[in-house]
Design a protein around this ligand. Structure first.
Ligand SMILES: [Zn+2]
Length: 230
C-alpha cells in the first residue's frame, strides 16, 4: 500500500522511452525490456560468446560453458538502460536484468551444474566511486532464480584500470594481466562468473585465470550482453 501511494505521488518514468512506469516496473518498462535485441537461442548464444572470446585469445580461454542474453550496440536503447544502471545508481535494474538472464539460462541448463555465482569485481576505489558493483547486482538477480549463493568474497580486483573502451585487444590484455586474485584458499569447484557486457573478453579471461590459479575446477561465464559488430 505504501509503495502504491509513493508511486502515485512520485511516478517514475522509463529510462529508455520516457513512459510512466507501472508500480511493478523499475527503471525500464516491460515493453522496452522486451524490445532489446536478444540472441534467439541460449545454446547458440553461448557458442557465439565462446567463439568471440576464443577468437581474441586463441586457445587461452577454457570456459566450460558460456551464456549471454542480449546483443549490445552503441547508441542503442539497451546501452541507454545499461548506462543508467551503471552510472545513475539504478541497481534494481541490474537485478531485473539478472533475473531475465537467470530464467534464460535455466531454460537450457539445470542450476545443479554450478556451485555459486561470482561477479567480476570492481577495484575497491571504483566501487566506492560508483557505490555498487553492477555485475554483483546482475548476479543477485540471477541468484533469485538459481537459488545458488553469490560469492563476492572469493575474487578481488587488485589493479585499478581506467575504462577499456577504445583500447586495442593487446592493451586491454596488458592492463588486466594479474588484475585479479583469490584471497581465500577454499574455492568452490564449479563457478559461474558473471559480468555485464563482454567486448573482447579480456576481463572475464583475466578473472577466470585468477580463479583457476586459486583452485576452481570448472568455470563458466554468463554475460548480460555481448558487443555486436558495429
Ligand atoms: Zn520504456
Amino acid at each position: 500500500m505504501k509503495e502504491r501511494l509513493f508511486h502515485f505521488l512520485f511516478p517514475e518514468v522509463c529510462i529508455v522511452c520516457g513512459k510512466l512506469l507501472m508500480p511493478s516496473e523499475y527503471g525500464c518498462c516491460s515493453s522496452c525490456m522486451n524490445a532489446f535485441e536478444t540472441f534467439p537461442d541460449c545454446t547458440a548464444a553461448g557458442h557465439t560468446l565462446l567463439h568471440s572470446i576464443e577468437s581474441h585469445f586463441r586457445g587461452k580461454c577454457s570456459f566450460e560453458r558460456a551464456y549471454c542474453r542480449y546483443v549490445y550496440h552503441r547508441n542503442s536503447p539497451l546501452q541507454k538502460a545499461l548506462h543508467a544502471m551503471k552510472y545513475e545508481g539504478m541497481f534494481n535494474l541490474g537485478k531485473a536484468f539478472g533475473r531475465e538472464l537467470g530464467v534464460w539460462i535455466l531454460d537450457a541448463v539445470p542450476s545443479e551444474s554450478i556451485d555459486c555465482l561470482v561477479p567480476v569485481p570492481l577495484h575497491p576505489l571504483k566501487r566506492i566511486d560508483r557505490s555498487f558493483n553492477q555485475a554483483e547486482k546482475i548476479a543477485e538477480g540471477m541468484a533469485e532464480v538459481f537459488h545458488k549463493p553469490v560469492r563476492s568474497d572469493i575474487l578481488v580486483r587488485t589493479v585499478y584500470t581506467a575504462t577499456q573502451t577504445g583500447l586495442a585487444i593487446s592493451e586491454r590484455r596488458k592492463n588486466l594481466e594479474g588484475a585479479f586474485r583469490t584471497p581465500l584458499s577454499d574455492i568452490p569447484g564449479r563457478i559461474l562468473l558473471v559480468d555485464d557486457v563482454v567486448t573482447t573478453g579480456s576481463t572475464v579471461v583475466a578473472a577466470a585465470s585468477a580463479l583457476r590459479n586459486g583452485g576452481a575446477g570448472s568455470i563458466s561465464v554468463a554475460a548480460l550482453a555481448l558487443t555486436g559488430k558495429e
